[in-house]
Ligand binder design. Sequence first.
Ligand SMILES: [Zn+2]
Length: 301
Amino acid sequence: MTSGERDAVFAYVDKRFDDFVADLSAYARVPTISAQTQAFDEGAVATTYLLSRWGVPSRRLRVPGGPDLVVGDVVQDPSLPTIALYNHYDVQPVDPLNEWESEPFAPQVRNGALYGRGVADTKGNTVAQCLAQAAIRETLGRLPVNLRFVVEGEEEMGSPHLLPFADAHPEVFRADAATIEGNDHNERGLPLFYMGSKGILSVELEVRTAAVDQHSSYAAVIPNAAWRLTQALSTLRDERGRILIRGFYDGAHNKPTREERAYLGKNRWDPKEWERGYGTKLLVKGSTESGPATRARATRP
Ligand SMILES: [Zn+2]
């Protein structure tokens, strides 16, 4: 893209900025809380409507046991590579409600920012990518790649039904590259590029030490489930942060390649800025947050 073309694309983005805010606001008004099985159908409807408004033909695919998957395609030329744009239309629950300054599902612009559940993660991503592809397509007349939007409805609960669906329908997810939410800009405004992604593992532990509730004075003789659970929890992870569950690291790409190391060397990430921002001490170089000695190690560059 020449700089003149880039200017034209950005001018298109500016011109349609109000449409972007309006569409994102409408999309974020749909209360798609997957953990509460809420508004799955409305979420899928809103997603297909959104994509079509930005010129992306889409369809809904039934995911057994879960919300529909919305798939949208922009086929520029079948011989070009395809990029999959993965997003989700579900959101996290909204409590505690008293910490919201405006209604979570009534997005509001305040001081130049849009506030509402899902305006970032990831309804915002989907609408931004809709706008971006429209800007390039309508300004330059064509995209340099094909795009496949893949928008699911239960990411915030770990996508329990999507994995078996993906195993059964790999063609839906087939692409030459893929994007996923999560990237951002650092504290200095530089765009971040992540070189990997991690998944999620949930562990549920259940402890029962007696058939009925006991008076607390029996704690000396009757095993206490809370203490048993505390001991069990401490077996999941060591004090350096390493997960101790057998098989957890199987297949993990845990050593950076020479090329990745070169990129990492250029990364100007400053842990101190994070520590200031989050008001904490980071787990850096395997040190832990606990104890004065380890705390000193964690802050050393
Ligand atoms: Zn997300």
